[in-house]
Design a protein around this ligand. Structure first.
Ligand code: URA
Length: 434
């Protein structure tokens, strides 16, 4: 088999056989196929797409490029969640402990942030001492003892994805529905969960900008998961303004803990986290209806069991659980600056992507894969879309390194204004799956 023929076929819009796809994935992972040929096939795939059969074959080949985790030693249906990524998205920190506290084991592998989006691993890393790269034995112990496990993706899970994702990242080939499907689903299938809830983000701050593309991506992942016996359901959620008040790692831990304490219960972040958790409880078999599941979620907040599960997870994995009660033990910024409203009016939109980039520039995120983060810096969003604001009211608090220069105009420019109250937009745009 020649890689040249695969590239040529895809360039003309043809379909590759499962054998050809397996040949490519194996060669990309073991280095026998040069990067320029893989990059060329990735670009042709971006333009020409893949059939459902090709996407399935790519997912399987990537899953089988590494190890598959066996979670059968932990009783019960294991339910995972994946979000396609956004700004201020800390739902894992909230729903993981909730789902576990309600009796459903929740095994999760997370990524590090890159560019304007944050990564769950970095958020957990803001809890002093918490080990965020667990060995297989540690992951299983955490799942067995607290019903919650979260770790950075280990290198032996779908190594072909690591290789191909790095190439996609530098060749502008990330935004392809079959490539995203295979990348996410290969890791999820290798991770060993029985069921998966997907949070597919839609909007200017997300990979998928339109409802049509988000729905196609969601359907593609649901089809691939279903074909491999995974129970799977996708919610499509709006991603434009930041999710919640916190952008930045320690700040996002604080906001998550506040929600687990029962604060901000009406916020979009809390409502979205509770709904995703409820879907997971239904899949895990501890609730039959959405109403029952949401009631269980509320009980876990009110009786403190969700926050207690987070504490036990932190202690078991070497972290300082006292930091969840005393936020001064979390990484702190060098300085705090207020950004004030330049005018009266209603806030009709907020540019989450621009705020994500500003947070990255403060040191909360990575421009380059090897950047070292400052876990204490970030942005507190003091307003919400739809709110009426007067000139001089605080819009943002910027937490920066000592001596860092902050250009407040850049922050003010992320807000769009109107003279009349904008119609409230719901966060849930659709759902797909069983
Ligand atoms: N996240 C992934 O893991 N893979 C993609 O391709 C896109 C987002």
């Amino acid at each position: 088999m020649r890689m040249y023929d695969l590239i040529y076929t895809k360039k003309l819009g043809g379909a590759l056989s499962p054998e050809q796809i397996a040949f490519w994935v194996k060669g990309a992972a073991d280095g026998s196929i040069p990067d320029e040929q893989s990059a060329s096939l990735l670009m042709a795939t971006c333009w020409r797409g893949m059939t459902t059969e090709e996407t399935l074959a790519l997912t399987l080949a990537m899953r089988d490029s590494g190890k598959r985790l066996d979670l059968s030693s932990v009783p019960g249906l294991k339910v995972d969640k994946h979000s396609t990524g956004g700004v201020g998205d800390k739902t894992t920190l909230i729903l993981g402990p909730i789902v576990a506290a309600c009796g459903v084991p929740c095994p999760m592998f997370s990524g590090r942030g890159l560019g304007h989006t944050g990564g769950t691993v970095d958020k957990f890393a803001a809890i002093p001492g918490l080990k965020v790269e667990l060995s297989e034995a540690e992951f299983l112990r955490s799942l067995a003892e607290t019903r919650f496990a979260n770790s950075a993706q280990t290198t032996d899970i779908a190594p072909a994805d690591k290789k191909l994702y790095a190439l996609r990242d530098i060749t502008a080939t990330v935004e392809s529905i079959p490539l995203i499907t295979a990348s996410i689903m290969s890791k999820k299938l290798a991770g060993g969960a029985d069921a998966l809830v997907l949070d597919v983000k839609c909007g200017p701050t997300a990979f998928m900008k339109t409802l049509e593309d988000s729905t196609t991506l969601a359907q593609s992942m649901v089809d691939v998961g279903g074909a491999h016996g995974m129970q799977i359901r996708a919610l499509i959620t709006r991603m434009d303004a930041p999710l919640g008040w916190a952008i930045g790692n320690a700040l996002e831990v604080m906001e998550s803990v506040e929600i687990l304490r029962g604060e901000h219960g009406d916020s979009e972040l809390a409502q979205m986290s509770f709904r995703l958790a409820a879907e997971m409880l239904i899949m895990g078999g501890v609730a039959c209806t959405l109403e029952q599941a949401l009631a269980r979620v509320q009980t876990s907040i009110q009786d403190g069991s969700a926050l207690d599960t987070l504490r036990r997870f932190v202690v078991l994995n070497g972290g300082d659980a006292a930091a969840l009660d005393d936020f001064s033990r979390l990484p702190q910024p060098g300085q705090a600056l207020e950004v004030l409203a330049p005018r009266d009016g209603y806030i009709c939109a907020m540019d989450g992507r621009a705020l994500g980039i500003l947070a990255m520039d403060l040191g909360a995120g990575r421009r380059d894969r090897n950047d070292v983060l400052d876990l204490g810096v970030g942005i507190r969003v003091r307003v919400t879309v739809g709110q009426k604001v007067h000139k001089g009211d605080p819009l943002f608090t910027v937490y920066a390194k000592t001596g860092a220069k902050v250009n407040t105009a850049f922050y003010q420019d992320t807000v769009a204004w109107s003279e009349v109250a904008a119609e409230a937009k719901g966060w849930l745009l659709g759902s797909i799956g069983c």
